[in-house]
Design a protein around this ligand. Structure first.
Ligand code: NDP
Length: 251
C-alpha cells in the first residue's frame, strides 16, 4: 500500500521484460514505492497477471505487449506510456536473453537475437524515451550483467552485448547529465529466474542448472531492491553502477 511519503509518488516508470524475473520484481517494487508503472514484454497474459497484483494493492499499472527487438513496437510502447500518463520519469531497460555458447559452436542466429534485443533494443528504447526523460529530468536504468565486466569463456555473444550496454550507458551519462538525466547500470551475478531456459547449447544449459543447484543465487527481488535504491536517491545523487554478486559467486 503506497502513501504520500512513498519515494516515487508522482513518478511514471516503464519496465521492459516485466513478464518474469528481475523485470517483474522491479515493476512490483516501483509500484509499491508509489510510481505508476508501465510493464512491457511479449507475454501479455503474464503482464496482465502482474498488473492485477499491482492494482490489487492500490498501485497503477499499464500493460504493453511489445517485442523490444522491433523498432515499431519500441516507439509505440513509449508513445503509449506518455499518451496514458503524460510523462516518463524512470526507464528500466531490462529485457534480455542469454544464449550461452563458445564462439566455435555458436549459432549466428543466437548472436543476432541477443544483439538485437540486449543491445540494439535497449539503445532504441533509450532513444525513443530520451525526449520525455529530459523533460522530466528522469532516470535510465540499464540492466547489464557481471558478464558486462568479466568476459568468461562461453559467454562470447552475451558478454559482447552486456559490455556494449556498459559502454553505451557511460557514453549516454556523459551526454545527458547536463540535462539532469541520471543513468545507472546494474550488473547482477547469478539470479534465479527463467533466463537459462532459452539456452540452446545443451552443455552450457546443464552447466548453468548445476551452478544454480550448488550455489545460493540472488533472487529477482534482490536486484529490484538495488534498482529501487538507485532511483529513490535525491536528484543530486547519480548512482552510476551497481555490481551485485551472490556471496557464493567468485567470478
Ligand atoms: P527472465 O528470462 O526471467 O526475463 C527476461 C524478460 O525479458 C522476460 O520478461 C521476457 O518476456 C523479456 N523478453 C525476452 N525477449 C523479449 C523481447 N524480444 N521483447 C520484449 N521482452 C522480451 O530473465 P531475467 O529476469 O534474469 O533477465 C532480465 C535481465 O537481467 C536480462 O537483461 C538479463 O540479461 C539480466 N541478467 C540476468 C541475470 C541472471 O542471472 N538471471 C544475471 C545478470 C543479468 P517475454 O518472453 O514475455 O517477452
Amino acid at each position: 500500500m503506497t502513501s504520500a511519503n512513498s519515494p516515487l509518488v508522482g513518478k511514471v516508470a516503464l519496465v521492459t521484460g516485466a513478464s518474469s524475473g528481475i523485470g517483474e520484481a522491479t515493476a512490483a517494487a516501483l509500484a509499491e514505492a508509489g510510481a505508476k508503472v508501465a510493464v512491457a514484454a511479449r507475454r501479455a497474459d503474464r503482464l496482465q497477471a502482474l498488473a492485477g497484483r499491482i492494482e490489487k494493492t492500490g498501485g497503477k499499472a499499464l500493460t504493453i505487449e511489445a517485442d523490444i527487438a522491433k523498432d515499431g513496437d519500441v516507439t509505440a510502447m513509449v508513445d503509449k506510456v506518455v499518451a496514458q500518463w503524460g510523462r516518463l520519469d524512470i526507464l528500466v531497460n531490462n529485457a534480455g536473453i542469454m544464449l550461452l555458447s563458445p564462439a566455435a559452436e555458436a549459432s549466428l542466429e543466437d548472436w543476432r537475437r541477443m544483439i538485437e534485443l540486449n543491445l540494439l533494443g535497449l539503445m532504441a528504447t533509450t532513444k525513443a524515451a530520451l525526449p520525455h526523460l529530459k523533460t522530466a529530468k528522469g532516470h535510465i536504468v540499464n540492466v547489464s550483467s557481471v558478464a558486462g565486466r568479466v568476459a568468461n569463456p562461453g559467454a562470447t555473444g552475451y558478454a559482447a552485448t552486456k559490455f556494449g550496454v556498459v559502454a553505451f550507458s557511460e557514453s549516454l551519462r556523459r551526454e545527458v547529465y547536463a540535462d539532469k538525466v541520471r543513468v545507472t547500470v546494474i550488473e547482477p551475478g547469478l539470479v534465479r529466474t527463467e533466463l537459462g531456459d532459452h539456452i540452446t547449447n545443451a552443455e552450457f544449459k546443464a552447466g548453468l542448472e548445476n551452478r544454480l543447484a550448488t550455489m545460493e543465487a540472488l533472487t529477482a527481488g534482490d536486484i529490484a531492491n538495488a534498482i529501487l535504491y538507485a532511483v529513490s536517491q535525491p536528484p543530486r545523487v547519480n548512482v552510476n553502477e551497481i555490481l551485485i554478486r551472490p556471496t557464493d559467486q567468485e567470478r
